[in-house]
Design a protein around this ligand. Sequence first.
Ligand code: NAD
Length: 416
Amino acid sequence: MDKRPSLFESAQAQLDEVASMLHLEPGIHAILREPMRELHVSIPVKMDDGEVKVFKGFRVQYNDALGPCKGGLRFHPDETIDTVRALAAWMTWKCAVIDAPFGGSKGGVICNPKEMSSGELERLSRGYIDAVWQFIGPNRDIPAPDVYTNPQIMAWMMDEYSKLKGYYVPEVITGKPIAVGGSVGRSGATARGGVYTLVEAAKHLDIDLSAATVAVQGYGNVGSNAAILIHDMLGSKIIAVSDSKGGIYNKQGFDPHKASQYKAETGSVINFPEAGNISNDDLLELGVTILCPSALENVITKENAPRIKAKIVAALANGPITPEADELLNHNGVFVIPDFLCNAGGVTVSYFEWVQCLDKYYWDEEEVHHRLSRSMRRAFQAVLGESLKRKVSMRLAAYIVAVARVAEAMRLRGWA
Ligand code: NAD
């Protein structure tokens, strides 16, 4: 029998560790160990061949002590309620650590969008909203894109919700296209937020970023935007990047704009003319100043952690470092910017999008970047302060800051 903890059991174990450090009251701890509400739905969709297929969907509202729940929606063939619960818990901590007035939630539909036509995807997206619309809402739970969902899907969902309500409700969902109430600066926000935390980390460690070398694993939305911003804003040298097919490496550095263009033309960064090829595993172990895991979960483990030579690991992906590896990195003096702090720029600009939709007044890009910078720097300093005060890793410190904020709100509201 498989005894490994499920993803949600791991999320509960992480909470248990922090609860004991914070001496949380048993009642508050017990409430925080479970989702407050969850909805399981069956969504009938008429497929292009005329058959009706029924898809399973979920929405989990983990905790709303700090405000309406906020969390993405995944369309994935391997989606499970366990994963959605874990991601909803992590959204609760992510919103709390950046001090956004939101609880955490997550949603998912078991489907393979790569095998569906655009019409089928639209009917599934509208069907999901038909099934959950009374459970969500601008003051209850605000979805956003996540794995295999995108701004177009958000636009269909917002439209369906608006039809059901009888009026235009752009504030029900974030990550929408700009023409239907999206925010400028949303698409690059996760990477940009991560770069702001990197600047703070370098200041703390007294590292000159203009002389830094950088390796980025994953060259999608987050990884390619991060490489370009680090290169353009900070003047660091990008020496290696990768995608699912492999990586490229040139110790003299290369232009990440050209690598992006090359990937857009060929489908991968490999064989980029200005660099040699390197494996994804070797990229992680390069002697760089900054390593940005920006692809998948569990890529830095207790096996390879002792060989990581970077001074700073900026965890832009969700869950790229296992908890054991995190301890090893911390012990070896590698400074880790933990994932739910490092990649919180996306939900921060989602928060700005919700505010702009409610106000019916839209900001320019400069304003979005300025406010994002302020939020990320503030969150970083709160976590760093806790890490120095308690002499714990940045990951544990981020949990402590987040869980303490949620627990305080629960206490004040008289929940336990
Ligand atoms: P994406 O699909 O745009 O890009 C993923 C990239 O990873 C692609 O370049 C892909 O080729 C690469 N990849 C896949 N398998 C790989 C492997 N085995 N080795 C190396 N590279 C591999 O996704 P994204 O939106 O950039 O998200 C990346 C990570 O960031 C995910 O963990 C996601 O959950 C997290 N994240 C994204 C956002 C956001 O706003 N997009 C916000 C928070 C967290």
